[in-house]
Structure formats: structure tokens, C-alpha cells
Design a protein. Structure first.
Length: 101
């Protein structure tokens, strides 16, 4: 029985994916999710070339899924913050006319 190598960056992808979920409400979650997906590409290609030679594909797949969900959460929160700034900016326009600024 041959020993299987661990997939490179599978643990890092999983950690970045989990951190992107934890920090999903902040802009950091979006960045961590993108980094997690970016570093998982090479490992996925290695596994698909030789599936019997590597171990840890489950962690890689879970990391990719959590990174994707973290990117979605980060994008939605960024969109929310942009909408809030636009609404607050639009609401402050009548006050500027009232104060004669």
C-alpha cells in the first residue's frame, strides 16, 4: 500500500474559507474568500491529474465551498454598506440647503 501525499494548501484553503465566513460582515471576509479560492486552484488541478496519489481532497472541497459562501457574504455586506452611504448622503442634502452651506 502506497502512502498518499497530502494536497498542498488544502488546510490553508479550509482555514481561509472558515475565516471568510467569520469575517463575512466585514470587507476582510471578501478578501479572505478570494485568496482561499485563488490558492485552491493548483491543488485541485493536482488532485484531478492523480486522484489516487493525494489525500485531503475533502478539506480542499470544504475550503472552496466556505470561501465561496464567504465571498457571497462579503459582497452582500459591501453592497449593503454602499447603499447605506448613498441613503445617508441623499438624506443629508435637504439639510445642506436649510443651513445655507
Amino acid at each position: 500500500m502506497e502512502s498518499k501525499q497530502s494536497l498542498p494548501n488544502s488546510t490553508a484553503t479550509l482555514i481561509l474559507g472558515i475565516c471568510s465566513l467569520v469575517f463575512g460582515c466585514l470587507f476582510v471576509g471578501l478578501i479572505l474568500g478570494i485568496i482561499g479560492l485563488a490558492i485552491s486552484g493548483k491543488s485541485k488541478r493536482l488532485y484531478l491529474q492523480n486522484p489516487n496519489g493525494y489525500d485531503g481532497y475533502g478539506a480542499l472541497k470544504a475550503g472552496r465551498v466556505t470561501s465561496t459562501i464567504g465571498i457571497i457574504f462579503g459582497s452582500l455586506s459591501l453592497l449593503y454598506y454602499i447603499i447605506v452611504v448613498v441613503i445617508i448622503g441623499a438624506a443629508s442634502l435637504p439639510w445642506l440647503e436649510f443651513l445655507d452651506l
